[in-house]
Design a protein around this ligand. Structure first.
Ligand code: IMP
Ligand code: MG
Length: 169
């Protein structure tokens, strides 16, 4: 394997996932819809869903952003939800918030579909890089401004399958 340094160990991730799942469990009465943002948040969403002891529905959405542009209007929807979220308690699950561009686009987009509630959950947060003000309800770890891989996160589609979060030296 290339020179990848461990930033967050597998056990620490799983501990955090259980902690967030408990919080979510306590915050909601009924059924919860988790929206997984492909592909990065698949590992996190699945682990989280397994730990929430409530009725959970899974939905998937995918966006693509172009280059290093900094306006959210350059984001397009590649794959849309299969079911309506109207009147549902919805949580968007993200792997990492960097500038906040992806999430601010998705919030605007999904709010228009009239969910009963819409919250955000992210495993990782790089607050130093934020350009868009997004209010996140559940945050796993704040991390420094490093490019990280593993547990769903990729570098050119590689390293998603690492069980830990690491950074490339
Ligand atoms: P944002 O729209 O700038 O907040 O970027 C969020 C998206 O960029 C995430 O969903 C990731 O797919 C990707 N991203 C941001 N930082 C990293 C990183 O350090 N490693 C891998 N992907 C990242
Ligand atoms: Mg992503």
């Amino acid at each position: 394997m290339d020179n990848i340094k461990v930033l967050i160990e597998e056990e620490k991730i799983q501990e955090k996932v259980r902690e967030i799942a408990k919080k979510i469990e306590n915050d909601y009465e009924g059924e919860i819809t988790l929206i997984c943002i492909l592909k990065g948040s698949t590992f996190f969403t699945v682990d989280l869903a397994k730990r929430i002891n409530k009725k959970v529905k899974l939905e998937f959405i995918q966006v693509s952003s172009y280059g290093s542009s900094t306006t959210s209007s350059d984001i397009t929807l590649k794959l849309d939800l299969k079911e309506s979220i109207e009147g549902k308690d919805v949580i968007i699950v993200e792997d990492i918030i960097d500038t906040g561009r992806t999430l601010s686009y998705l919030i605007e987009h999904l709010k228009g579909r009239n969910p009963k509630s819409l919250r955000l959950c992210t495993l990782l947060d790089k607050p130093e890089r934020r350009l868009y003000d997004v209010n996140v309800d559940y945050i796993g770890f704040e991390i420094p401004d490093k490019f990280v891989v593993g547990y769903g996160l990729d570098y050119n589609e590689m390293y998603r399958n690492l069980p830990y979060i690491g950074y490339i030296e």
